[in-house]
Design a protein around this ligand. Structure first.
Ligand code: ATP
Length: 300
């Protein structure tokens, strides 16, 4: 009897949790605004990641026939390096990220990971290898600990704690009223943008993916949050290939390479100092953002 009761009891728990989280799940689909239209090819192979090198080769893409958004973008993200994609608003940065995750198929060129075209491997195997930290994190109506575990539901408690530590969340959790059991989300404690992003980093780390993609939050974070998040990204990029879509240049000055996107094409590429010395689009964007910071004291 107990053998029947236990799974039923567990299902009841899952049902209650799911019900509580339902509004959040709806929000999540709303936020993503994406319905994948891609299909696996027959007999799709599993993506085999050895080094975690990403390559965009002459990639083209349009959401609609009238306007091409990505217009022949080529760049490489070498294994265990940190590459940042920058460019003015609407340049196509987030679109590149959606293409890498294969929410859409490219209309020209190809995207490869360790030499394998991503449209020739199964979507499951592709997405398993990429940890994503989105701009906006969806929190479920449960404890902060379970919110992190959501990154890989079969993770052990020790593994969840390790991810929490790597995302610099441990100190924050120690100060919460019910520690790791504190409920967060809609009917629990409201977390700040930076705290939510750290939950998201911990979730992504739990997958232990060889590739991590960060879509930096557009809204400014408080300077403490920004500092710890940048440190977490720095730690991670020593072990994993890291791609950062950056809206604020001050956060990616230390990237190994910076790819400057302009209207769907790579306009410039190099390190922060190389690009400043070039005196082109990056130098101009840098100047504009420095001016904005001076005009808005308190913005990190
Ligand atoms: P930002 O820095 O403002 O986030 P971005 O460089 O990330 O901008 P994208 O979000 O990639 O830019 O958008 C590039 C262009 O594609 C924009 O003109 C945008 O309006 C358009 N676009 C984005 N998503 C869609 C979509 N789902 N359907 C149609 N057009 C879209």
């Amino acid at each position: 009897m107990m053998q029947v009761f236990m799974p039923l009891n567990f299902l009841g728990f899952v049902y209650r949790e799911m019900k509580g989280a339902m509004t959040n799940i709806e929000n999540m689909f709303g936020l993503l605004q994406v319905r994948p239209k891609v299909a696996d090819p027959d007999g799709a192979a599993e993506l085999q990641v050895t080094k975690g090198e990403i390559e965009f080769r002459d990639v083209r893409f349009a959401y609609s026939e009238t306007r091409e958004i990505v217009r022949g973008a080529s760049f490489r993200v070498p294994s265990r390096q940190k590459v940042a994609i920058v460019g003015s608003s609407g340049a196509g940065k987030s679109t590149l990220f959606k293409l890498l995750f294969r929410f859409y198929d490219v209309s020209g060129g190809e995207i490869c990971i360790d030499g394998q075209r991503i449209d020739r491997v199964s979507q499951t195997s592709l997405r398993r290898q990429i940890g994503v930290v989105p701009q906006d994190t969806v929190l479920f109506n449960t404890s902060i600990f379970e919110n992190v575990r959501y990154g890989r539901i079969d993770a052990s408690d020790d593994e969840v704690w390790e991810a929490i530590r790597l995302a610099y969340l441990a100190e924050f959790i120690a100060e919460l009223p019910d520690k790791e059991n504190t409920r967060v989300g809609e009917r629990g404690l409201k977390l700040s943008g930076g705290e939510k992003q750290r939950v998201s980093i911990a979730r992504a780390l739990l997958k232990q993916p060889p590739i991590m993609v960060f879509d930096e939050a557009t809204s400014s974070l408080d300077s403490h949050s920004e500092k710890v998040i940048l440190q977490a990204i720095r730690d991670i990029s020593h072990h994993q290939t890291t791609l950062v879509i950056a809206h604020r240049l001050s956060t990616i000055m230390d990237a190994d390479r910076i790819v400057v996107l302009d209207r769907g094409r790579v306009a410039e590429e190099g390190s922060h100092s190389e690009l400043l010395a070039l005196g082109g689009l990056y130098a101009h964007l840098w100047e504009v953002q420095q001016q904005e910071r001076e005009d808005a004291p308190g913005v990190p």
